[in-house]
Ligand binder design. Structure first.
Ligand code: ADP
Length: 308
């Protein structure tokens, strides 16, 4: 058995418009890399962290916290060293913390001979999410572990379903260079919703799931609507309405806030359309004068994976 592996840890879009805290999808072209190696010394040490200014201390880094949760559940007497190469910016809304927690536990599980199921790996990773945002949400870590689209049907008990990914579905993500902390963007949400909004929202969640399974792109587009979270959170994102209308005009199936923002995502049929959507989004921010990162990506179907 190997003593060391290098893994790709995908960025993820959580919520996917109508599925606050329950839907997520993993991306192929954006993600971190990590090297994880077994050590005879107990515990977890983060030996390197490049690309972002984040804490190296095990208890302050989501990779360390998620890894310790896994270690506590094994009778393995050694430990692990972790190197983190961040490409996803923290607080971007595309699962920066989830990439690190899932990469750590997925790699450790491989090095230990896979004693844990994907569901258990999600549970360990959720401890890392709790450190990052104060809440053990699974909508980023589930797609990062399982790949593709995932639905968290229930949190208690945890029940995760991997959803079919239509072959021609592409994502465009624009990240305006402002930081919104998940914990802050949660604070502004209301804790109750109206029955009328609920009816519209769960109609769309059902429609989106059906559209993904039947590869019905029009149905996916009609269902990518969020009546509950987007109207509140979009206020924190500069030029959100303009980016959204420009994306839809450029042919996107739908457009919304990625996770807790500030990244905005769109889903499109085909890479060409997704690229046109990217330039429509860029035009808006170029005019407003806000710097950004932009990504066009196919859906990552396998989640965290070994790279050479
Ligand atoms: P995202 O939505 O992109 O995951 P969050 O705001 O949820 O962003 O998470 C970022 C927070 O988690 C930051 O406060 C950051 O300091 C903390 N954090 C701790 N360890 C890590 C890590 N390895 N990678 C990313 N963020 C981390």
């Amino acid at each position: 058995m190997k003593n060391e592996i290098r893994v790709f840890c995908p960025a993820t879009i959580a919520n996917v418009s109508c599925g606050f805290d329950v839907l997520g999808v993993a991306l192929d072209n954006v993600g971190d890399e990590m090297v994880v190696r077994k050590t005879t010394a107990k515990g977890i040490t983060i030996t390197k962290l490049e690309g972002q200014d984040l804490p190296l201390e095990t208890h302050k880094n989501v990779a360390g916290v998620a890894g310790l949760a896994l270690l506590a559940a094994t009778d393995y007497t050694g430990g692990f060293e972790i190197e983190i190469y961040k490409k996803i910016k923290a607080g971007s809304g595309i699962g920066s913390s989830a990439a690190s927690s899932t990469g750590a536990v997925w790699a450790m599980n491989q090095l230990l001979g896979k004693p844990f199921s994907n569901l258990e790996l999600v549970q360990f990773s959720m401890k890392g999410e709790e450190l990052a945002s104060g809440v053990q949400h699974a909508d980023n870590v589930a797609p990062a572990i399982f790949g593709g689209f995932t639905l968290v049907r229930s949190y208690n008990p945890l029940d995760i379903i991997k959803i079919n990914t239509p072959k021609e579905l592409y994502a465009t993500v624009i990240h305006p260079q402002i930081e919104i902390k998940t914990s802050d963007s949660r604070k502004i949400l209301k804790t109750t919703i109206s029955l009328a909004d609920g009816i519209k929202q769960w109609g769309n969640v059902g429609g989106l799931i059906a559209g993904l399974y039947t590869e019905d792109y029009d149905l996916i587009g009609r269902s990518l609507q969020d009546y509950i979270i987007e109207p509140i959170r979009s206020i924190l994102i500069p030029a959100f309405d303009n980016v959204k209308s420009a994306s839809l005009e450029a042919g996107a199936l739908g457009c919304g806030i990625s996770g807790s923002g500030p990244s905005i995502f769109a889903l499109s049929k085909g890479k060409e359309k997704a690229t046109q959507v990217a330039s429509a989004m860029q035009d808006v921010y170029n005019k407003v004068g806000i710097p950004y990162d932009i990504h066009v990506s196919s859906v990552n179907l396998e989640g965290v994976k070994i790279i050479e």
